[in-house]
Design a protein around this ligand. Structure first.
Ligand code: GCB
Length: 608
């Protein structure tokens, strides 16, 4: 799915700002908030999660629908165009109404959708745009949750993932046009390298008049044409191509044009394209044929007040911090991030593990940590066939959105599912196929393994290309006892390496809650000293296991969690930075290690 863009043939109107806002207190259909002006005087910022913007607990804790509304004018010169409202994210379900009419609905809170407006409003006319957003999580949504209706009729939301269920319009809303006669509907670019030649295999999908000619041009960073081709499918060769490298991005513009018989451009759309290869070979992860060691983070889209709202100041600042500390990569834990973040990672040469929102598919963790009643994860009551269909859809939508990004080197189809529980294999086998079929570039795939599903218990690891492990030895296991933790951690890693001698292993999470400023002579848990000792211990083990191809610590920054996670004080504190991005003492220690790793692995972006 193409991100809307302005070009010589397309216009783009940004609809961000403050929108009228109201809770839907009862039934969406009964209240029909879209049939008139919204009640009350609240206004909510877009993009932002609404939960922490207002100080009313009823809004913070609301379970159900909310409405956003504003007036929009279709530009008067859009007479030979089709036009759409693009909602970049409505968490978790969104409906778009143009005046009184429902024009689009979408389930899945972190991927975009379109509502076509063309036949409903004429160029130059104004319309009332209402977007209703629902934050409920059930056993058939991804992520899943359980919804309870209490005796007083109030809904109560339970969910089993460890981050706050921020809701609303957290990413931009756009109105955009495409030429009506014929337009570029989708573009797929698959880069390859042969010697010093870069190859872009491409496929351009056309909407409207399909007999129109497709012409593609590749421009370098100086806007010089370096390759051309004709036809909707084909390849472009670039002599002496500059490669996209970790830490040293180089992006070509792949421009797809639709031309009429006289050669006039009818539509034009450009995709930033990095030329690089990705391959898993034995226990190595190769980027451009060279072994790559991941350093970096599991992260969250999370800041005070705006929740999961995309914010370019935080985005740039976070990338600055990652660059400073020597992080060459991150995982979009635990959902697809804003498209702007993916584009920025492309431009900054940061390597990304791109994850679906399939988190919380584990009632073993839930019953242990949240004292819920024991229930089987893979069962009609929780993750059933409908859940799997929603999960498959989340994989398809993620790949459709992000398939052209050079930064994406690995797809993660789920975080910490109950992969040691009966039924896991039956649930996941079809999803592995969905993921492999979805990506035309055939990137490797992984899922993120939970500490309960050790090498002798996990039922699904053999189906994936990289063994991604979240381990908390010294924190959740052998709490505070780093000697016992080190022995157990090493023993487990050796077990994985023995069982899967041909697969790379990657630490996708390891960490310890740390209260910034809490100092301790005896390095007790929660202190800054403990966090340092904990990471030193983990790194001793990583350095002993050759099959480990990377380490992403949990978490980049402290982040907000659900109020019923009673063991969290104002959120998860495993950040290397605080929620407002101040470094904890560990930051300098990690920087020292990662700078050295990056220099040693000697790719162009490493700091020398
Ligand atoms: C995990 C989860 C992550 C949690 C983390 C923790 O394994 O993947 O979402 O936040 O542990 O801190 O408990």
């Amino acid at each position: 799915m193409l991100k809307p863009q302005a070009s010589s043939t397309r216009d783009l109107v940004n609809l961000d700002g403050t929108w009228r806002f109201a809770l839907v207190k009862d039934d969406l259909e009964k209240e029909a908030p879209w049939t008139g002006a919204l009640p009350g005087s609240l206004e909510a910022p877009v993009p932002a999660s609404y939960n922490d913007v207002f100080i009313d607990p009823a809004i913070h804790n609301h379970v159900g629908w909310v409405s956003y509304q504003r007036r929009v004018i279709v530009p008067r010169n859009w007479t030979s165009d089709r036009y759409f409202v693009r909602v970049s994210a409505a968490t978790h379900e969104g409906r778009v109404y143009v005046n009184d009419k429902l024009v689009a609905e979408h389930i899945g809170g972190y991927t975009p959708f379109d509502a076509e407006v063309t036949s409903l409003v004429k160029p130059g006319q104004e319309f009332r745009l209402t977007i209703t957003v629902n934050n409920e999580l059930t056993n058939t949504t991804i992520p899943p949750g359980l919804l309870e209706v209490q005796a007083d009729g109030q809904k109560k939301q339970k969910y089993f993932h460890d981050f706050y269920n921020y809701s609303g319009l957290a990413r931009s809303v756009w109105l955009y046009s495409v030429p009506a006669a014929s337009s570029v509907e989708d573009v797929t670019v698959i880069p390859d390298v042969q010697g010093s030649t870069g190859i872009i295999n491409y496929d351009v999908q056309v909407a409207g008049d399909k007999s129109a000619d497709v012409h593609v041009t590749v421009l370098d960073e100086d806007d010089k044409v370096v390759g051309e081709a004709k036809g909707a499918k084909g390849e472009v060769k670039i002599d002496n191509a500059k490669l996209w490298q970790p830490g040293a991005a180089y992006l070509y513009q792949f421009r797809a044009e639709i031309r009429d018989s006289a050669g006039a451009v009818q539509d034009s759309y450009s995709v930033a394209t990095g030329i690089r290869t990705v391959e898993v070979k034995g226990t190595q992860f190769l980027i451009n044929g060279k072994p790559f060691y991941f350093t970096g983070f599991g992260r969250h889209e999370d800041t005070a007040v705006r929740g999961k709202g995309h914010d370019s100041a935080y985005m740039v600042h976070d990338f600055q911090l990652m660059d400073w500390i020597g992080a060459n990569s991150f995982r979009t834990s635990h959902y697809p991030y804003a498209e702007e973040v993916m584009e920025f990672a492309d431009r900054q040469g940061i390597v990304v593990i791109d994850e679906t929102p399939a988190v919380g598919l584990n009632l073993g963790i839930a019953s242990g940590f949240f004292s819920t009643k024991k229930m089987a994860t893979w069962s009609p009551e929780y993750c059933n066939e409908q859940t799997r269909e929603a999960h498959a859809n989340s994989i398809r939508e993620l790949v459709a959105r992000d398939k052209n990004h050079a930064c994406v080197v690995l797809w993660s189809i789920s975080n910490e599912p109950s992969s040691n529980e009966d039924g896991a294999r039956e649930y996941f086998a079809p999803l592995v196929k969905v993921a492999r079929d979805a990506d035309p570039a055939k990137r490797p795939i992984c899922f993120i393994n939970v500490m309960f599903a050790k090498f002798d218990l996990c039922l699904i690891s053999d189906m994936f290309d990289v063994l991604c492990l979240n381990r908390y030895y010294g924190w959740y296991e052998h709490t505070g006892d780093l000697v016992a933790a080190e022995a157990a951690f090493e023993a487990e890693m050796l077990g994985w390496a023995k069982k899967y001698p041909d697969k790379p292993m990657m630490m996708t999470e390891y960490g310890a809650d740390t209260l910034s400023g809490l100092r301790s002579w005896n390095a007790g848990p929660w202190s800054e000293e403990f966090q340092i000792a904990y990471y030193d211990m983990c790194h001793r083990v990583h350095d002993k296991i050759p099959a480990i191809i990377g380490e992403q610590v949990w978490n980049f920054a402290d982040f907000q969690t659900s109020a019923n996670h009673i063991f969290r004080v104002d959120g998860n504190k495993k950040g290397i930075f605080t929620r407002d991005r101040k470094p904890k003492a560990i930051a300098a220690v990690l920087k020292k290690r990662w700078d050295k790793i990056n220099v040693d692995q000697d790719y162009p972006g490493s700091k020398k």
